[in-house]
Design a binder for this molecule. Sequence first.
Ligand SMILES: Cc1cc2nc3c(=O)[nH]c(=O)nc-3n(C[C@H](O)[C@H](O)[C@H](O)COP(=O)(O)OP(=O)(O)OC[C@H]3O[C@@H](n4cnc5c(N)ncnc54)[C@H](O)[C@@H]3O)c2cc1C
Length: 342
Amino acid sequence: MVSVGVLSEAFCLVLEQEAGSVSEASLEVITELYGRVGRQGRPLVGIGCGEQPTAEFALLGEYGLDLVLLFPVPAGWATVLRRRMKTYLDRQWPPVLVAPATLWGEEVVLGLASELDVPAFSNCMQLETVENGAVRVERLFYEEKIAVRYTLAPGSPLLATLAVGLTNVRRRRPGHRAEVVCVPDTGRLPADPVTVLGRIKADPRTMDLEEADVIVCGGRGLGSAENFALLAKLADMLGAAVGGTRVARDNGWITAERQIGQTGKVVKPELLLSFGVSGATQHTIGLRDSRRIVAVNKDKNAPMMKLADVAIVADAREVIVELIRRLEAAGAGLGRRAARQN
Ligand SMILES: Cc1cc2nc3c(=O)[nH]c(=O)nc-3n(C[C@H](O)[C@H](O)[C@H](O)COP(=O)(O)OP(=O)(O)OC[C@H]3O[C@@H](n4cnc5c(N)ncnc54)[C@H](O)[C@@H]3O)c2cc1C
């Protein structure tokens, strides 16, 4: 059992809750923190919204949390949670307070930093402890070409959000349960100044590639901007996002934030369709966690074909045209329409 008294040594993580459950992004951050600091004996504490110590919160022990503090605040009320945390944590401020780098995480942690007038670091790639227990975070700049590391002097609290989409969620401590403690209610809640009217599903055309469930990806083998326009049409019909290789980016067929790979985005969609891509390591490093990969290439020996679950030896353009034709015949636009309705 870990007592609330450990807070002054703990690494704290604000849990994001979606539709009543702890989000995948939060599980990623727990996995990452446990791998880096939890194993060194640092207590890991989750901060969530809720009035009951449910089994779901206790199960977070399997991912690495030792303790979950539940604030009696409706999930989604970032401003009110911030105020409650500020009052509560003032008594024993943790050395590290992080959240996933999502809208919610940034609202809570960066908002808190602004209210406390202390520095904060957003969208960090790594967090680790170094000599004397000091904490170091890493951020990328200039289209992710330059990594900058900040080491905080021991004793300075770190407030940060951690990039998501980089870590595979893992239950590293099967059978372990986190202690769940409800923070006492401190009186009537002021209404949150922000009212969430609803949630609109992101448009695959503009959404972050890291969040896409289906991606169509093109490389040099597509050969022209016209063929990338066809790829975009296919993406539209499937409700997919468009990605590409660095060659595609260098040719101006895609924009920088659509590049997948070492110097681009790391994606993990349910399905990735790859057209005219050789499969260089610098590219595949960004997509190897995709659940299913279908590759189309003229060269059956291309590394991308070896990586794929389904490899089609064919001309990439011809396959795209045929897919569009069949989708149109089947009453296409299914993906786009479904995305709009949600
Ligand atoms: C430091 C560094 C970082 C890098 N970072 C990245 C990165 O983040 N992302 C990235 O993608 N690359 C990156 N690269 C570049 C990477 O090494 C490759 O050069 C690049 O991924 C190759 O892109 P490609 O597959 O589009 O082109 P190519 O390697 O030229 O492959 C084209 C493929 O298309 C096939 N093809 C040709 N015509 C057709 C056709 N008509 N139909 C079907 N198939 C066809 C060919 O058989 C071939 O396999 C990086 C390189 C370096 C040195």
